[in-house]
Design a protein around this ligand. Structure first.
Ligand SMILES: Cc1ncc(COP(=O)(O)O)c(C=O)c1O
Length: 415
């Protein structure tokens, strides 16, 4: 059995099947390139997250706020709405999309960085949305927007703080700490020394401070666990300090970041231990919270989607072998082109195993050397017309895709 096989992806007669449908048949019916998502797999992923948090005591709600930047497909949003999820939105357009999908304002939190007054005005057209403040300086813009829209009622706010520690699978996806692993200054959240003052200011303005939020980065593996739980400790300690200062919070939001497995050798982030740790610390700190929140993106969606592409020809050059496919990374699965460390398993869906494996680079149709889905992978030799599946394409693929070279962004289907 291949390491990536499971309920969604299976091999039958040496062909790849997605749920009960063969990749070749789907490619034939809907054309390629094609994103294929599995509703059942999203629900399985959601279930595993809920199970991890199931020891939560009665009276402490655990909110699953889907980070819709991972994939804002309306069908997925509707699926998660039915499952009682909340929404983490990071732009006014995401807020609008969530409302259109049927989420009530109260179930959406807007977390914006480098936000304009106009952004806040658009968001506050839905005054029930929780506004998560990312900078002390945003308060003035929020106030200006509130005045302009003549919003009288108390807007619910939260504060995104930066606990001084962060982790991610690469430097671009570390979102807390002073600098990322490559030295880039980190722009997110409020530093420790500003948090209490910000809460006071928000309260004095008649806003309703409801929560404290952190998001440490994306794509954690087992090695990240010790740092992540240190940041959990810091968050709980900070909430205790706020409580002492008179701020009874409704929720603590621990953000997303817990990644699924992208490669065989990757050691999975221990989600049940993480959940148990959060629950234990929150309970022993007696914070009187109504809820804790997590913001899953990759966990729910990454493994629930694949991209199907067709091999147009096999090319040899200077001893290199290429499977040239009818898609470009930037237009479909841009992560490997954006992040050097990103990896997507590629499966020869027309002939999964058997025969002699060759070392082959899967090349896209864009004018850029970096436009390769995978470099020198070992695959059963593909032929013209074969279908290849790029795995883990459910999150941060369609949502990050561009029209580079005026190529289309592929169609999406939800099984
Ligand atoms: C504020 C916030 N929450 C949640 C997430 C989701 O992260 P992930 O998909 O790694 O779970 C992100 C993504 O970067 C984010 O910026």
């Amino acid at each position: 059995m291949n390491w990536w096989e499971g309920e969604f992806l299976r091999v039958k007669n040496n062909k790849l099947y997605l749920e009960s449908r063969s990749a070749e048949q789907l490619a034939e019916k809907y054309g390629t390139p094609l994103y294929v998502y599995s509703r059942q797999q999203i629900l399985r992923n959601l279930r595993s997250l809920r199970e991890a948090f199931s020891p939560a005591p009665a009276g402490l709600e655990v909110r699953m706020a889907y980070a819709m930047k991972a994939n804002p497909h309306p069908g997925l949003l509707k699926t998660l709405l039915k499952e009682d999820c909340w929404i983490d939105a990071v732009s006014p357009a995401e807020v609008e999309m969530a409302i259109r999908a049927g989420f009530t304002e109260e179930r959406i939190m807007f977390t914006g960085t480098s936000i304009s007054q106009e952004d806040f005005e658009q968001v506050l057209k839905h005054p029930g949305v929780i506004v998560n403040i990312d900078a002390y300086e945003q308060i003035a813009l929020l106030e200006a927007a509130r005045k302009r829209l003549r919003i009288k009622g108390p807007v619910r706010v939260s504060v995104r703080w930066n606990p001084g520690l962060g982790r991610g699978f690469c430097s671009k996806t570390v979102t807390a700490g002073d600098r990322s692993s490559d030295g880039t200054p980190i722009k997110f959240g409020l530093e420790d020394s500003l948090v209490l003052g910000t809460f006071k200011r928000l309260k004095n303005l008649g806003l309703k401070p409801a929560g404290l939020h952190q998001h440490l980065g994306s794509g954690w593996t087992e090695e990240d666990f010790p740092v992540i739980i240190k940041a959990v400790d810091r968050m709980v300690k900070k909430a205790g300090e706020l409580k002492k200062a008179g701020f009874q919070l409704e929720f603590l939001d621990f953000g997303g970041g817990f990644g699924p497995k992208y490669r065989e050798e990757q050691r999975l982030f221990p989600l049940p231990e993480y959940a148990a740790y959060i629950l234990d610390r929150v309970e022993s700190a007696k914070l009187g919270l109504k809820a804790i929140v997590v913001e899953p993106g990759k966990h729910l969606l990454a493994g629930a989607g694949v991209l199907l592409v067709r091999v147009e020809y096999i090319k040899k050059s200077y001893g290199n072998l290429f499977a040239c496919v009818n898609a470009g990374t930037y237009n479909t699965v841009p992560r490997p082109a954006i992040y050097e460390e990103a990896y997507h398993e590629i499966v020869n869906a027309s002939r999964v195993n058997g025969g002699k494996k060759v070392k082959i680079t899967i090349a896209g149709h864009l004018c850029e050397t970096g436009d390769v889905f995978g470099v020198e992978r070992m695959l059963p030799l593909p032929q013209r017309g074969y279908i290849l599946a790029v795995l883990m394409a459910g999150a941060y693929c369609r949502s990050m895709a561009s029209h580079f070279n005026l190529r289309d962004i592929p169609r999406e289907i939800l099984l």
